[in-house]
Structure formats: structure tokens, C-alpha cells
Ligand binder design. Structure first.
Ligand SMILES: [Mg+2]
Length: 313
């Protein structure tokens, strides 16, 4: 990439110090002053051109935002407070410094967008840039804190717990898979106000992600199809033969991925922002109650395929 040093100098100019970030990117390592007695939660996520985004369609700012937001959504899934992130870019030789800056800005802006009364912005404190002949690939690692809330795992669901989602699902391929807002603040508010026994963010689709909770918790569940909030995008997909007209809106809501809403179980949640869709059961099978009959709900495995955005002519 011509102007690589200009890009790196610009990145350096974006760095900020704060209570935790004692030394941001610019030296060999960043230095953090981690709060004493708090847990450190660590995750990493990789996004690839043609798999998680399509650089011929999506802007660099939107691609950058998705990279950060996927990590932030994993923080939400454990009710963890995101603190800082480090990023690597594998940049195609053809990209301009302007393109790289927009990628970075997308990541930075997504980290800032979560800031609210309860949640501080997630800063970028380091990373690495390489230029190569391959496609665009970005990796983001995130460091978070428990900050007063015990991290919520996938293995705590118990028979009788309600099963909840935090928003309408299905059809994210129409655009929401790039533009979603990670539910960091909501996760922490829910965790502070009720007992959440297990939680996950909906990245692989309801059927698959509920399977993860049930497997980890050694339980099953009964899901009421009539209670599942189906996103208008799931209905729109059904009217589009090329993209998804072979499946019903309910099937899209059950099996499409990348909604990034929260899926959780709780014995006592009364929060109006959480929609109850079923109940955890002792018998280790996930059932879908539809028109009065219970049938096994198996992960259909409609893995996210960007190619479906560009159907063959
Ligand atoms: Mg996740």
C-alpha cells in the first residue's frame, strides 16, 4: 500500500490515554493499568472478505464497524464490559491509505458508539498492518472486565427457566448483519436486574445457538413458534425467490445467523425488552411447538453465505 507510513502515523494520532490505557499504540506494546481484583475476559474474532463481508458491496467503514461489533456482541453475551481492542489488518496491495483509514474509523466509531451511562467506549490500543496479494482480512481481539457482574456462561440453564430473545430475528442478510448494534448495555442491565442462568449472542441462528446453551447446560427446551419475534426482513426474504423464497419467515427466524440479539435463559426475568419464546426442559431435546404439535427443532445449518447476496445470474 503506498503511504503505509502515513497510515500508521495517522493511526498513532488517533490514540488516547485514559485511566486504564497508560500507553496506547506507538511503542512495542501498549500498557494497561487493569483494575485490581477484576476479571480479565479475552476474545478474538476474524472477518474475511467474501465470508463475513463483501468488499465490492460494503464500505470500509461498515466493514470496520462489523469487526468491532462482533467482538462487542461476544462481550454482551457474557454481560462483560468491553475495555480495549487490538486489531490486525491484512490489506490488499491495491487499497489506498484513505481506504485503510476508513476501516480503522469504522472500528473506532463502533467502539465509541457503545458508550452510555453504564458502559464506556472501547478504545483501540494497538495492532499490526500487513500488505499482501490476498484479500482483505481483519482480526480484532478484545479485552473486557466483569466490572461487578459475574460473567454469564452458556452452561447454567435449568429446567423451568424461561427462554428469551432481545429482538426480532431472521433475514439479517438483507443488511442487518453489517449494521447491528451489539447489546452490551442491555445485557448488563438485564444481568443486574434479574437472574440470567445462561446467555449467548445470536450469531449462528436461533436453532444452533439454543443448541449450544442446551448442550452446555445438559438440558432441552420447548420453543413456542407463535412467540418468536420474526423480523420484517425474514418476511421480505420470502418474497425474494433468488435470496430466500424457498423458506418461510419462521424458518428464516429459526435458522438464519448474524442477528446479534441476545438469547438467554432466566427463572425470573420480567424485563419488557426481553421476549419470552419458550421454556427450558429436563429432557435433552429441543422441541418446536407449532400449531399445537411438538416437533424436534434441529439446527438447519443455513450458514451465513454472502454469495446469496449475489445470486448467480
Ligand atoms: Mg458469540
Amino acid at each position: 500500500m503506498p503511504g503505509e507510513f502515513e497510515f500508521l502515523n495517522w493511526v498513532r494520532s488517533q490514540q488516547r490515554r485514559d485511566v486504564i490505557v497508560q500507553l496506547p499504540a506507538g511503542d512495542d506494546l501498549a500498557i494497561l493499568r487493569w483494575p485490581a481484583d477484576d476479571l480479565l475476559l479475552v476474545g478474538i474474532d476474524q472477518v474475511l472478505d467474501g465470508v463475513h463481508f463483501d468488499s465490492t458491496i460494503h464500505t470500509p467503514h461498515a466493514i470496520g464497524a462489523k469487526v468491532m461489533n462482533r467482538n462487542l456482541s461476544d462481550c454482551a453475551a457474557m454481560a462483560c464490559l468491553p475495555v480495549v481492542a487490538v486489531i490486525t489488518f491484512a490489506l490488499p496491495r491495491s487499497v489506498s491509505p484513505e481506504y485503510a483509514k476508513n476501516l480503522y474509523a469504522g472500528i473506532r466509531d463502533a467502539g465509541m458508539a457503545i458508550a452510555s451511562e453504564d458502559v464506556s467506549a472501547c478504545a483501540i490500543v494497538g495492532g499490526d498492518t500487513g500488505v499482501w496479494n490476498g484479500p482483505l482480512a481483519i482480526t480484532c481481539a478484545i479485552l473486557g472486565r466483569a466490572a461487578g457482574i459475574t460473567p454469564i456462561q452458556r452452561n447454567g440453564a435449568r429446567p423451568g427457566d424461561g427462554v428469551f430473545v432481545t429482538g426480532a430475528i431472521g433475514g439479517s442478510i438483507l443488511g442487518r448483519h453489517m449494521t447491528f448494534s451489539p447489546r452490551v448495555a442491555l445485557a448488563r442491565q438485564l444481568a443486574a436486574s434479574c437472574t440470567i442462568s445462561a446467555m449467548i449472542d445470536l450469531s449462528d441462528g436461533l436453532s444452533r445457538d439454543l443448541g449450544h446453551i442446551c448442550d452446555e447446560s445438559s438440558v432441552g427446551a420447548v420453543i413456542d413458534a407463535a412467540q418468536i419475534p420474526i423480523h420484517p426482513d425474514a418476511r421480505a426474504l420470502c418474497n425474494d425467490r433468488a435470496l430466500g423464497g424457498d423458506r418461510s419467515p419462521l424458518e428464516h427466524a429459526l435458522h438464519d445467523g448474524e442477528d446479534y440479539e441476545l438469547l438467554f435463559t432466566s427463572p425470573d426475568c420480567r424485563d419488557a425488552r426481553a421476549i419470552r419464546i419458550g421454556t427450558i426442559a429436563a429432557q435433552r431435546e429441543v422441541l418446536l411447538r407449532l400449531d399445537g404439535a411438538d416437533k424436534p427443532m434441529r439446527p438447519a445449518g443455513f450458514e451465513h453465505q454472502l454469495s446469496s447476496e449475489k445470486p448467480a445470474p
